[in-house]
Design a protein around this ligand. Structure first.
Ligand code: TXA
Ligand code: MG
Length: 318
């Protein structure tokens, strides 16, 4: 059994000895270890079964600290940091050697963010090294937004789970690199493009089939097959199977309500994003469901990020 609690001192003690602690953030829970320590970072890759070519991102509590680990910070990055940190944004910088190559999969760049969660910020404040923290799930599976999701993924190997309740936003950070001072979005996330543009103008978006790290095609994937499209048509196609539905704001009348999860009764995309992963966990854990059906949401604001995750977690249906 993995110990769960809100003892920041214990979390620090474990991390100081290169152990692993799951930490709450406003996006999803992270599986954290000292980012400057190869042994701790190696353990993260091994217990997650994550390929060593998929770099980790680092977490700390101030821009000053980030400057110790990075160089040549573009002006636009400082602006973005000012506006959006602490918050669901990861910025990619050139790294200094103090960040070991294993943390960044031999890239010369490193991702940093200041998460917006009070217990984790307090922990980060007390540490004199940053925390490498990928999402606290087995590689490829659904990201965790509650502590019970972490214990579903891992029976051992994590020394402590710092309990921060349910994550507020529920979708990972937006990852932003820079190209001649212009922000380049590498991963859609909880910070929406509309808000970034309002503050800094032009942005570029890396296409989703790019080979860049962070763009693995299948990700956030339930064990059951998830099909996206017109739910009624999909129902006709799969009606000989036990069907579960991930609904946006209302139930469908051709499937038992017990096998359906609503993302937001009040039709809020923000609430839907908060509930997305926990709803996928619920459907994946339902004994009387074999396949999951759902449809894409409006392709704007946080809907764009929700759709990105739904597509990555689904099976191509053609
Ligand atoms: O919200 C989040 O970002 C959460 C919480 C825990 O902070 N973390 C998270 O980590 O989602 P992870 O490892 O699941 O996803 C980080 C992504 C990876 O897909 C990785 O490929 C990409 O960031 N990444 C890391 N370093 C990079 C770099 N230097 N350049 C480009 N992509 C990078
Ligand atoms: Mg992840």
């Amino acid at each position: 059994m993995i110990k769960i609690g809100n003892d920041i001192n214990l979390a620090k003690k474990i991390l100081d000895k290169n152990g692993l602690v799951a930490i709450p953030t406003e996006t999803v829970y992270g599986l954290a270890g000292n980012a400057t320590n190869k042994e701790a970072v190696n353990k993260i890759y091994l217990i997650k079964k994550r390929p060593f070519e998929d770099p980790l991102i680092c977490h700390t509590n101030s821009l000053e600290k980030i400057l110790n680990y990075t160089k040549n910070i573009p002006e636009t990055a400082i602006k973005l940091a000012d506006y959006f940190w602490p918050g669901p944004m990861t910025l990619i910088f050139e790294k200094k050697n103090i960040i070991p190559d294993i943390t960044t999969s031999n890239l010369s760049t490193v991702g940093f963010r200041i998460p917006n969660n009070s217990i984790t910020l307090e922990l980060l404040h007390q540490l004199d090294y940053p925390l490498a923290a990928p999402s606290a799930n087995i590689f490829g599976y659904i990201s965790p937004t509650e502590t019970k999701h972490i214990t579903q993924n891992f029976k051992s190997g994590i020394d402590y789970i710092l309990d921060g309740g349910k994550c507020n936003l529920g979708i990972e950070s937006t990852i932003i690199g820079f190209h001649n001072n212009i922000p380049v979005i590498h991963r859609l996330g909880s910070l929406i493009i509309e808000d970034i543009k309002k503050k800094v103008g032009e942005v570029e978006i890396v296409s989703s089939d790019s080979k860049f790290p962070g763009s693995f095609k299948n990700h956030y994937t339930p064990n059951k097959d998830l099909f996206l499209g017109d739910v009624e048509k999909l129902f006709e196609k799969y009606k000989n199977k036990k069907i579960g539905i991930l609904c946006f704001d209302k139930y469908y009348d051709f499937v038992d309500k017990k096998n359906q999860i609503i993302l937001s009764k009040k039709s809020s995309l923000i609430e839907a994003s908060k509930n997305l992963y926990s709803s996928l966990y619920k459907l994946d854990n339902m004994k009387n469901v074999d396949v999951i059906l759902s449809s894409l949401l409006e392709e704007n604001m946080i809907g764009r990020s929700i759709n990105n995750r739904l597509i990555k977690s689904s099976i191509k249906n053609d």
